[in-house]
Design a protein around this ligand. Structure first.
Ligand SMILES: [Zn+2]
Length: 225
């Protein structure tokens, strides 16, 4: 298998690095004195890894177009698509009405902040309820639920038993949210990702792999930007 770089960038660095960009472009960063032959040899050595990384990048869904907070744009809540509607007046900046997410016109210039605040509220309500549900059902103890703004870390569990979840998670379907909740609750008993950890997750949620795969595939779409 021959791997060719799409671009080679020589700088005052000491070693060769291969970067796979979104879309699967292969970029090599190399020291000023590295020859083309050396770079080709390095690529050949890493061919399997590079090919796998390129395939993975090509499989990733393309980035969503940036939101402009105009009527008709789509937002997710619990896996359901809501259409943005700009409304005049009302008590809150953001409200949900059936299949619409209503944003007050005077909040349109601050739409991102208003929507984030609304999603945080939804996340707190849903996650608190799901954590209580699974904790009661399976006898887990935890100290509190915290809502974070992490972009790719869906949940975490501190040594003191604080369960953190990013507000973005509330955009995912409930089955997916439940997977992250169970995952973090199991961490209150097993603090690593050992075989024993995954076995414990599988006992409580036999189909956890499909739920986790959904997050891997769609996680990037869980955004208000
Ligand atoms: Zn974990």
């Amino acid at each position: 298998m021959t791997i060719q770089a799409n671009q080679i960038i020589r700088t005052r660095r000491k070693s060769i690095a291969i970067i796979i960009e979104p879309g699967g472009r292969v970029v090599v960063r190399a020291p000023l004195y590295a020859t083309d032959h050396q770079i080709a040899q390095f690529l050949a050595l890493k061919a399997d890894w590079v090919q796998a990384a390129v395939d993975k990048m090509r499989r990733l869904p393309p980035r969503q177009p940036k939101k402009r907070y105009r009527a008709g744009e789509e937002f997710l809540l619990l896996g359901e698509t809501l259409r943005l509607k700009i409304v005049e007046g009302g008590r809150s900046a953001v409200t949900r009405q059936g299949g619409y997410l209503c944003l007050r016109r005077d909040f349109q210039p601050r739409a991102k902040a208003a929507l984030t605040a609304w999603y945080r509220q939804q996340a707190r309500r849903v996650l608190t309820e799901r954590v209580e549900h699974f904790a009661r059902r399976h006898g887990f103890t935890y100290s509190k639920v915290r809502i974070s703004s992490a972009r790719t870390r869906w949940g975490s569990c501190s040594t003191l038993g604080t369960l953190s979840f990013t507000w973005r998670l509330v955009m995912a379907p409930l089955e997916v949210i439940d997977y992250v909740v169970v995952h973090e609750l199991v961490h209150t008993r097993v603090r690593n990702h050992s075989k024993g950890f995954w076995a414990a997750v599988a006992v409580l949620m036999p189909d956890y792999k499909a739920r986790r795969a959904w997050l891997k595939q769609h996680g990037a779409a869980l955004t208000v930007e």
